[in-house]
Design a protein. Structure first.
Lengths: 361, 83
């Protein structure tokens, strides 16, 4: 080299879920002098945040959003991107199929890395060297049965368009060298070769970095890996006779007790105050049922009653979950979305009259 | 910098949507601008200030009014418009 040149500060975008692996991947990069910013994608199925917002119990236990918390611990910026609309195609038509439930994990990862690729391309176009050079994820070979396998790693790199600008710091040494390694932006020897479901290497690395507190969601951070949730989504498609959803639909699947006494209607019954408050916001879109003669839950009716008998049946079910469940009669109000309401008085349904088969999820 | 307080209504949206809407609105504002975000999800009182701390925006005030919560913030040096 004949003239002194200031080395370019290399920058990476990290996919941050809020879990330990992406946290460690960022730490490994920071240790190598890479400047990292995080991106977190909101699909509509994210566990983060919602359950805390909806359920009072959870809210008291823990209010924080882990992706934000992780970013703060790491000292990185975090961009949160709403991909809920585009994500429908991933859920409805996964090219690589589903995992154990309705989780399209491989298509999901490809989609997210593709989104990150578009972001770094745009940033490089706008800001040149102040843009981003590559993408990192916390993926570990063998960690997740559907998406994180040795043979899926190159598929994600290729189909996302990221190609060799996608680096997995926690398992890079088990994979061919990527652009940041070949160019010497990062030292391959200081990367890791984790594989399998054993979490001990991650725990040891967390300890070395002095990380004592981190979130470890059992089923990942997505409701689609949850059996009960996937069942509710499948039920929704079956009842509508078509595979489609709106954001409100998938939000409501996270809330309340779902009971389908007839193929053409379902009740969503709140289980406590937080859910009550949440469902309240939907009374202008759905027919709703509340108890009048005693305290009780709020129920939304997803679908239509075909007769007054069905309406009475629904009212009796809601009464069964009210404080008046032991009384002879409970008066309830059935309100249409336009505010027109009528009252009915019914005997609360006997617990055995609410058939187990009606429980969705 | 000017004295206008921009307002963002994210009532009825659940976290992280209030944070996302705040972030996207900030991208259209200039350094020093003031934005008041009004929400019904109490989680926003934690999440919006956390997002502001991370991304270099200053939280001027937070509070509750009945069933609503609000966050007043001042846009920092980088409004994030790169994305």
């Amino acid at each position: 080299m004949t003239e002194a040149t200031q080395p370019i500060q290399r920058r990476a975008i990290a996919l941050v879920s809020g879990g330990l692996d992406s946290m460690l991947a960022v730490k490994v990069m920071q240790e190598q002098g890479i400047e990292v910013e995080g991106v977190n994608f909101f699909t509509g199925f994210c566990v983060e945040g919602h359950t805390h917002a909806i359920r009072k119990k959870d809210q008291e236990k823990q209010k924080r959003n882990n992706a934000l918390w992780v970013a703060e611990q790491l000292g990185i910026k975090l961009h949160i991107v709403d991909i809920s609309e585009e994500y429908k195609d991933v859920v409805l038509n996964p090219k690589h199929g589903y995992g154990a439930h309705l989780n399209p994990c491989l298509d999901c990862k490809i989609f997210m890395v593709n989104q990150a690729t578009l972001m770094i391309n745009k940033a490089r176009e706008l800001a040149g060297d102040r843009g981003f050079d590559f993408i990192i994820t916390g993926e570990v070979i063998g960690q997740r049965p559907k998406s994180q396998r040795k043979e899926t790693m190159p598929i994600i790199s290729q189909e996302s368009g990221a190609d060799d600008r996608l680096l997995r710091p926690l398992c890079a040494r088990n994979l061919p060298a990527t652009l940041p390694e070949r160019e010497g932006w990062v030292d391959r020897e200081a990367l890791y070769d984790f594989s399998g479901r054993n979490r001990k290497p991650q725990m040891a690395l967390a300890k070395r970095f002095g990380l004592e507190e981190f979130a470890q969601p059992a089923g990942g951070c997505c409701f689609l890996t949850d059996e009960s949730y996937s069942n509710k989504l499948a039920d929704l498609w079956k009842a509508r006779n078509e595979r489609r959803y709106e954001l409100d639909d998938i939000m409501l699947l996270k809330v309340g007790r779902h009971i389908r006494p007839q193929p053409h209607y379902k009740l969503i019954i709140s289980r406590e105050e937080g859910e009550n408050r949440f469902l309240e916001g939907y009374r202008y879109q759905f027919t709703s049922i509340t108890t009048v003669s005693c305290p009780g839950p709020l129920a939304l009716v997803d679908g239509q009653f075909h007769s007054d008998e069905e309406l009475a049946q629904a009212a009796a079910i809601v009464a069964r979950y009210s404080k008046g469940r032991v009384m002879d009669e409970v008066t309830l109000e059935i309100r249409q979305p336009d505010g027109v309401a009528r009252q009915v008085t019914v005997a609360p349904a006997h617990p055995e009259a609410v058939l187990p088969a009606w429980n969705v999820g | 910098m000017n004295d206008t307080v921009h307002e963002l209504d994210v009532r009825r949206l659940l976290c992280p949507m209030p944070v996302i809407k705040t972030q996207n609105r900030i991208r259209t504002l200039a350094t020093g601008d003031t934005l008041k975000v009004v929400c019904t999800d109490p989680g926003a009182l934690n999440d919006i200030p956390a997002w502001c701390r991370i991304n270099g925006h200053e939280v001027l005030e937070t509070g509750e009014q009945g069933n609503e919560v609000f966050v007043v913030l001042r846009v920092g040096e980088d409004n994030g418009a790169l994305f």
